[in-house]
Design a protein around this ligand. Structure first.
Ligand code: HEC
Ligand code: HEC
Ligand code: HEC
Ligand code: HEC
Length: 396
């Protein structure tokens, strides 16, 4: 199939036809991005820009080594994959190779769900059995990174939801969301893998709040891993951009992800189209922000960075406090002097604190998307870590 596609593209190239109405035959199943290069050059060319790697003060697309940057993570994530290999996210066109190359263990092919458009063909072919199949075997069959098909299927233009985990989770909520948020919520959300089927599930039964999702996990006695030195059953947060953004200043004002991350820009003919370069909007601040915010772009960047610095600083303070709790709880466990009941009470504070700290830490905007929520969540994390430390210190 792929070779036929390639020949068609070559023939097209050599006959030099401008293909507005003579597209090669549509491949079956997942249509690769290149197929649309001639028909939608603006969207396609901006899509290719996702390969660029450029940093901003707190974000950007350089695969920073988080374990080196935040040594606390080795203690916080001890005993699980993220303490072995954890790089900052970069552009969509790298999604498949980065998923394959990470040194983190993969529980199943489910890890491909948000990394390749080919997932959609695979899940069609194998149904729900797909998720528990072998990652390496399935990854070897995948060729496309995140691509047009993930958001448009075979008809670029309107966005559609292609991920069942999102469709199913939305049925649990009464809220009406905008498509400009949902198209990203297919992947930029908190999720977990069903312990038996390894299927991707969004924990939304009690809503998309920090407390609601925690309640969902607590009720099931669910944990991602047990911390090796404290014995705490912990939760690992993924990347809750959608849940964090909801309820923010901009979301209340009616903006969705695509207003900032896919702003309308002009091509050489002066026609407007949506940029398909998903990256830090601070790189395109004129198009993304200055339609509403007046004044100097530099001043707005400074405002953003001030918000981010506040969240960044608090995140580090709270992570240091949780590390302290882990150290003292570890000593308490090792001393053999305390009852399991007492230790479990401290562990429950450790679990609550770490869930909340992680929720802010792994959210990719360093607090910008919803700084009020980020601060509240970190304050709660601090409160629980202090409660845990207090219990331990009072027992000495
Ligand atoms: C009001 C504008 C705005 C909206 C709306 C918005 N973002 Fe952002 N987003 C930003 C800014 C600003 C940053 C920080 C970029 C930086 O630090 O360089 C960011 C960062 C990110 C990042 C990390 C990018 C990087 O460079 O590290 C991701 C991923 C992201 N946003 C996804 C989303 C998703 C998904 C939504 C919708 C649920 C959303 N954003 C809504 C403005 C916005
Ligand atoms: C991550 C999701 C996503 C991916 C991947 C994606 N698009 Fe889009 N695309 C959108 C959204 C969202 C819109 C805006 C839809 C709307 O306004 O209703 C859009 C709009 C469009 C439009 C309408 C015109 C415009 O620019 O607003 C075209 C054409 C298009 N995309 C083509 C493509 C092509 C070609 C690719 C692959 C190279 C692609 N898209 C990949 C989300 C995506
Ligand atoms: C099919 C899953 C999927 C969808 C849909 C998706 N993303 Fe992503 N996104 C990812 C993955 C995976 C990465 C990390 C890729 C890597 O690091 O290799 C990522 C990375 C990013 C980044 C960081 C890139 C950088 O250069 O800073 C931004 C920003 C982003 N996505 C925004 C969006 C927005 C906005 C939408 C909706 C229009 C969206 N994404 C839809 C999976 C997805
Ligand atoms: C559709 C209009 C609109 C767009 C586009 C927009 N904003 Fe805003 N923004 C607002 C409104 C309205 C407020 C609330 C009033 C205020 O504080 O100015 C706001 C508030 C803010 C604030 C202060 C509140 C806070 O803590 O979040 C910052 C910082 C900000 N915006 C940055 C940005 C950046 C950066 C972008 C582009 C990535 C952007 N905005 C895009 C309308 C917009």
């Amino acid at each position: 199939m792929k070779s036929i596609f390639f020949i068609l593209v070559v023939v097209l190239f050599f006959t030099g036809c401008s293909s507005q109405n003579t597209l090669p035959e549509m491949p079956q199943g997942v249509v690769p991005a290149e197929y649309w290069a001639d028909k939608y050059p603006d969207q396609y060319n901006t899509y290719l820009k996702n390969a660029e790697m450029e940093a901003t003060t707190f974000g950007g697309s350089i695969p920073v080594d988080y374990l080196e940057k935040y040594p606390d993570l080795k203690v916080l994530y001890a005993g699980m994959g993220f303490s072995k290999d954890y790089l900052k996210a970069r552009g969509h066109v790298y999604s498949l190779e980065d998923a394959i190359n990470t040194a983190r263990p993969k529980p199943g092919a489910s890890c491909l769900t948000c990394k390749t458009a080919d997932y959609l063909d695979m899940v069609n072919e194998y149904g729900k059995d797909f998720y528990a199949m072998d990652f390496t075997e399935m990854a070897a069959k995948a060729v496309n990174p995140i691509s047009c098909y993930d958001c448009h299927l075979s008809t670029p233009g309107e966005a559609v939801i292609t991920r069942n985990h999102l469709k199913e989770a939305l049925e649990l909520l009464d809220t009406q969301f905008k498509m400009g948020d949902l198209t990203c919520a297919q992947c930029h959300v908190e999720y977990y893998l069903d312990p038996v089927t390894k299927e991707v599930v969004l924990p939304w039964e009690y809503g998309i709040t920090v407390d609601g999702m925690e309640k969902y996990f607590d009720e099931r006695g669910y944990y991602d891993w047990i911390h090796p030195t404290t014995g705490t059953p912990l939760l690992k947060v993924q990347h809750p951009e959608f849940e964090t953004y909801y309820g923010s200043v901009h979301s209340k004002f009616g903006l969705s992800c695509i207003d900032c991350h896919m702003p309308k820009v002009e091509n050489d003919d002066g026609d407007l189209f949506r940029s398909h370069h998903w990256t830090s909007p601070l790189k395109y601040i004129e198009a993304s922000c200055m339609g509403c915010h007046t004044g100097d772009a530099e001043d707005l960047i400074a405002r953003v960075e001030e918000i981010q610095l506040g969240v960044y600083t608090k995140t580090n303070e709270v992570s240091a406090l949780i590390v302290q709790l882990i150290q003292e709880l570890t000593e308490a466990v090792e001393s053999g002097k305390y009852s399991e009941e007492f230790l479990n009470e401290v562990r429950s504070y450790h679990r609550k604190a770490q869930w909340r700290w992680d929720f802010v830490f792994v959210e990719n905007s360093t607090g910008f998307h919803n700084s009020k929520l980020a601060h509240e969540t970190l304050d709660a994390a601090r409160y629980y870590a202090e409660k845990g430390l207090e219990l331990l210190r009072n027992q000495r």
